[in-house]
Design a protein around this ligand. Structure first.
Ligand code: IPD
Ligand code: CA
Ligand code: CA
Length: 267
């Protein structure tokens, strides 16, 4: 295992164990709202602090981009962290959430670790080294046709994204085998890597939702693109489409055919 991945796994497990211990006291947590339907608790913050502690101990000079603490440090290695992806699920006692740690080296995503504490599933990918789930190699699904594919998605909250999104949802709902909205983008991507979902799309994600999952999907033989512009930078826009190679073009055509421009709400 690459030394960076070793540390990422240790950090993800530490945070994951902390989150698992905290689920019994969800009732006692103070829930703050960062925006409409965007909640954060002390568990999110403490989990991120635990992760950063593990990273800093091993690599004090590395940079970090964390959902809760933002960007810190200036280095060619950047750790991109979502300490708890699926906070809304966590708050409702729905055991579907994950710790996500992606590692970028000189601007390129190189490693991804996603850990789901409830199932103890550990997903790891390193560029050029393949992807694993609990130490076994994984590949994306062999689905070739949209009409038999199960597609994961996330439903945006922002009105301008929702307007653009709903026609896409309609197209995929009418032309696929089904849609799942499970509530953790990191796990959605991990599931595409593991072949549990045949594809995934969402608008307006943040770098920490996607970083680790992108490496996982790519190393499992899948394709990840910017949904509106396949040559665009998905880490910048957050509009993501991930699917196995053979299904990607079909999904992309269907989504882009239905896509509406995103019109920012006027002030
Ligand atoms: C959210 C989850 C959700 C996605 C949202 C994300 P959080 O992350 O990944 O599935 O639809 O866009 O913000 O807030 O639970 O870390
Ligand atoms: Ca997230
Ligand atoms: Ca989060």
């Amino acid at each position: 295992m690459h030394p960076l991945v070793n540390i990422a796994v240790s950090a993800a497990r530490t945070a994951g164990n902390f989150i698992s211990r905290s689920i019994d006291r969800v009732d006692t947590l103070t829930i703050e709202s960062k925006g409409r339907n965007d909640f954060v608790t002390q568990v999110d913050r403490s989990a991120e602090a635990e992760i950063i502690k593990v990273i800093r101990k091993a690599y004090p000079q590395h940079a970090v981009l964390g959902e809760e603490t933002g960007a810190s440090g200036d280095n060619e290695v950047v750790w991109i962290i979502d300490p708890l992806d699926g906070t809304t699920n966590f708050l409702h006692g729905l055991p579907h959430f994950a710790v996500s740690i992606g590692i970028q080296v000189r601007g390129k995503l190189e490693h991804g670790v996603i850990y789901a504490p409830s199932t103890q599933d550990l997903y790891i990918a390193t560029r050029g080294g393949g992807a694993t789930l609990n130490n076994r190699k994984i590949r994306g699904s062999t689905a070739k046709e949209l009409d038999s594919a199960l597609i994961g998605t996330g439903i945006p909250i922002k009105p301008e994204l929702l307007d653009a999104y709903l026609p896409m949802l309609k197209t995929i709902a009418s032309n696929s085998a089904g849609i799942r909205r499970a509530g953790s983008a990191a796990l959605d991507l991990a599931y595409v890597a593991a072949g549990r979902l045949d594809g995934f799309f969402e608008l307006g994600l943040k770098p920490w939702d996607m970083a680790a999952g992108i490496v996982l999907v790519q190393e499992a033989g899948g394709t990840v693109t910017e949904l509106y512009d396949p040559r665009g930078d998905v880490m910048k826009t957050g509009h993501i489409l991930a699917a196995p190679h053979k299904l990607h073009a079909q999904l992309s055509d269907a989504l882009r055919g239905a896509a509406q421009p995103i019109v920012p709400a006027s002030e």
